[in-house]
Design a protein around this ligand. Structure first.
Ligand code: IPD
Length: 302
């Protein structure tokens, strides 16, 4: 893919994700074959994930030696006084990859430090190698799919809306919260989808394929590139209270007309789950999915 609009830093990212993506695609072919084996493709896929992360680290640090890293598998690295940082998920949608489902992506965000403990994401790339779809966005420049400018959907009527989400899975808390939110969304909309890669959920919202997306407890590497993509496509991406979703936690994204409605469903669902818990004190307290550990410990897969 070549575009005159790509900034030098994004050119670096595009080249790096294409390289990592070629290798992941070959590994995906192997993982598909391993579905029927007794052992399954588990170890093979973990290895593919690590190799992709190392490829990205090598390519990105060669081009920008001063940038730090926040990576899903290996955590934080680079200078403590970083001004710029790569936020990398080398394989988002690992469970899909593991099961031979061709819906997974490499996600790289570019994070800029704005204060001692504050930062913002200013650009990002989300690449789906199986579909050869390169989503990219840069603050003030817009969001693109390959060379095509992206806009969030124009739908205003909830009854026509399709929203994406992430369903909590084994080992992940807040199933009660998810249930309360889903109960509110489900009867009002045309459909709810769970495709299994948060970065693509955000990219597809930016592309107008989904009218919105919500998920509880996601990580910086899941959302970094996607947040800037939705905003640059003219949508909103916030937490359930309307504040900034960065650098991690609960996210609600959507087009301008429906984001507020979806955010209300999420906020009401969270409040109802809290009330349900206080009415049944014996139930264990929820606790949000672990905040990002300083060392970047790997989360459970989804
Ligand atoms: C997961 C996927 C999934 C989401 C989980 C993420 P991973 O990322 O994005 O859709 O529901 O919250 O952890 O583990 O495949 O990189």
């Amino acid at each position: 893919m070549a575009s005159p609009r790509l900034s030098p830093a994004l050119n670096v990212v595009v080249a790096a994700v294409q390289k990592a993506g070629r290798r992941l695609l070959r590994d995906f072919g192997e993982a598909e074959k391993l579905q029927v084996s007794v052992k399954g493709p588990g170890d093979f896929v973990s290895q593919a994930d690590l190799v992709a992360e190392e490829t990205l680290r090598r390519e990105l640090s060669r081009a920008r030696p001063g940038f730090a890293f926040r990576m899903e598998e290996s955590g934080l690295s680079g200078p403590d006084d970083w001004e710029w940082r790569w936020v990398v998920d080398p394989l988002d949608g690992t469970t899909n990859f593991l099961h031979g489902l061709p819906h997974w992506a490499i996600s790289v965000g570019i994070e800029k430090r704005t204060g001692t403990d504050t930062s913002e994401v200013v650009a990002g790339v989300i690449y789906n190698p199986a579909a050869d779809e390169m989503f990219w966005a840069e603050r003030g420049m817009g969001a693109f799919l390959n060379d095509r400018r992206l806009r969030v959907s124009g739908r205003k009527d909830l009854r026509e809306a399709v929203f994406a989400t992430g369903i909590p899975f084994a080992g992940v808390p807040r199933k009660t919260e998810f249930g309360q939110i889903l109960q509110r969304v489900m009867p009002q909309v045309a459909g709810v989808r769970r495709f299994g890669a948060a970065s693509l959920d955000l990219a597809w919202t930016a592309a107008g394929r989904y009218d919105g997306y919500w998920e509880l407890g996601i990580h910086p590497w899941d959302m970094a590139a996607g947040l800037v993509m939705v905003r640059e496509a003219g949508g909103f991406a916030t937490d359930p209270e309307g504040g900034d979703a960065w650098p991690g936690g609960d996210v609600v994204a959507g087009n301008t007309a429906l984001h507020g409605r979806l955010r209300d469903f999420v906020a009401e669902g969270l409040a109802a789950a809290a009330a349900q818990r206080s009415a049944r004190p014996a139930e264990p307290a929820p606790g949000a999915r672990a905040p990002v550990p300083a060392g970047g410990e790997s989360p459970p897969r989804g």
